[in-house]
Design a protein around this ligand. Structure first.
Ligand code: CA
Ligand code: CA
Length: 495
């Protein structure tokens, strides 16, 4: 695991690497020091030499990362000239400057850069040297991330007659959708579900409602069961090769491909399309499935390649795009690896509520943190997975302190690219149930604060014996209760 690398002030007492080990008597030490011939070095060479032992130690600790690149946060907001001078000091070039606009971000103070290192400089050398620079708040590798999902449970689902006894039932509430409405189909436990039909009696979602960003492998925005629920960028004209709305991306009509940095977030994988369907496959349209929302606005933000891998820079780009373009909720079915201060900063300084998968390695995240879901942020909800009998899924990570709630995540039937449908399992599938519930809450009342949404999601959840000690609420999502429960907007005065 890579520790968060904080800057330290340059210590004048730091010995220069390459000097002989100190000898025992002051007299001989004086002689040894005087006798060393130092050839003229550039200040960068001296710095690299001075930090060589640190770099050697770091090298072993680095996880998989993009070679020759780092992300650095500079403390103040210097003019471009100063960024360039920082890069020049290390022979690096600025690949991109992440925009944290002041009008959106209240807390982020500084400047985040994505740098290309010069030939021959290793990432560990750059980290060790740059953290000595007093302008640096932190510097980190451009970490590599991969999708982490348990193998699909490929049981074919025989449609059975559902007998919903609930207030509002769409014509596409298939029996496969046990997580929305469980009548005991396929050996499940009746009512081990999120009570979607009961919530739909209040609202079924809003085609002009809150923007829900699916930060994932992209979304098949042409899927017949999703096409009417995809966010459309109002300021962009399709296919004219111009960035009409000036948001930095050309022709981003249906979202953003942050991995390739272009305007086409089409999903060539399937993971993101599946998540999108659980949030808001169109309801009651006589086809396919229904999501937690019948109607909604899904913003596809593709951070992964179609092979399912990505890096810190692409993830930060994706989160910033979602925030800059009005996402109110983000759904994040990915994670793992090292703590990543740049990604943490992007989430922390966003006004959106971020729903995050707890991970699929069966680990206790309180002991072995899983990022981003383990970041201690007021605007995140980490989600574990349950099965059709309200048991914690065998693969699911958990954490009494760091995971807030559970949701259905085994044998989840949803949309896949090309107009199809399939079962998938994972905390990846549980997360969009919670993100969808957050969207439904906002559809019922667009003025809800993050605090209120989070409180309703957590306090409205169904407490289960199987989840005690596993998630902080000991409970599985119940969207109907989340919407209908009483919520105190102010603290009661203490007697
Ligand atoms: Ca644009
Ligand atoms: Ca449908």
């Amino acid at each position: 695991m890579i520790p968060e690398i904080r800057s330290t002030s340059i210590s004048s007492a730091r010995p220069q690497a390459g000097l002989p080990a100190p000898v025992t008597t002051p007299a001989s030490a004086q002689v040894a020091s005087d006798s060393v011939e130092v050839r003229p070095q550039s200040s960068l060479e001296r710095l690299l030499a001075a930090t060589a032992p640190e770099a050697a130690n770091l090298e072993a600790e680095l996880g998989e990362h993009v070679p020759g690149e780092v992300l650095v946060k500079l403390k103040s907001q210097p003019p471009t000239k100063s960024q360039n001078s920082f890069a020049q000091r290390f022979g690096a070039t600025v690949l991109e400057r992440f925009e944290f606009p002041k009008e959106i971000y209240q807390n982020f103070k500084g400047e985040m850069l994505h740098l290309k290192l010069p030939e021959g400089m290793t990432t560990a050398q750059a980290l060790a040297a740059m953290q000595q620079d007093p302008r640096v708040e932190y510097v980190m590798p451009n970490n590599v991330y991969t999708l982490d999902d348990p193998p699909a449970e490929n049981a074919s689902v025989a449609p059975q007659g559902a007998s919903p006894d609930s207030p509002k039932v769409p014509n596409d509430l298939k029996p496969e959708l046990w997580g929305l409405h469980n009548t005991g189909q396929k050996g499940g436990t009746p009512n081990a579900d999120i009570d979607a039909p009961e919530a739909w009696a209040v609202t079924t979602g809003d085609p002009n409602g809150p923007i829900i960003a699916v930060i994932d492998t992209g979304v098949d925005y042409k899927h017949p069961d999703l096409v009417n629920n995809i966010w459309v960028n109002p300021g962009e004209i399709a296919g004219d090769g111009i960035d009409n709305d000036g948001n930095g991306v050309i022709d981003d009509v249906y979202g953003y491909n942050a991995f390739a940095n272009n305007g086409d977030p089409m999903d060539g994988h399937s993971h993101g399309t599946h998540c999108a369907g659980s949030i808001a496959a169109e309801g009651n349209n006589d086809q396919g499935v229904v999501g937690v929302n019948w109607r909604a606005r899904i913003m596809p933000v593709k951070i992964f390649s179609d092979a399912g891998s990505t890096n810190s820079a692409a993830i930060v780009r994706g989160i910033l795009y979602a925030t800059k373009n009005g996402a109110r909720i983000t759904s994040n079915s990915w994670g793992g690896g090292a703590a990543d201060p740049a990604i943490r900063d992007a989430f922390a300084n966003s006004p959106a509520l971020h729903i995050m998968a707890a991970g699929n390695s069966r680990a206790d995240n309180d002991v072995r943190p899983h990022y981003p879901s383990s970041y201690d942020l007021p605007n995140k909800v980490a989600v574990a997975a349950t099965d059709r009998n309200d048991k914690l899924a065998s693969f699911s990570c958990y954490g009494e302190k760091s995971v807030e709630v559970a949701a259905p995540g085994v044998d989840i039937y949803s949309t896949i690219p090309g107009g199809g449908y399939a079962n998938k399992s994972g905390t990846s599938m549980a997360t969009p149930h919670v993100a969808g519930a957050a969207g439904l809450l906002l559809a019922s009342d667009p003025t809800m604060s993050n605090d209120e949404i989070k409180t309703r999601l957590l306090e409205g959840a169904d407490k289960l014996d199987s989840l005690q000690g596993k998630v902080s609420t000991g409970a599985r999502l119940n969207v109907a209760k989340a919407i209908t429960m009483e919520y105190e907007t102010t603290e009661k005065p203490t007697a």
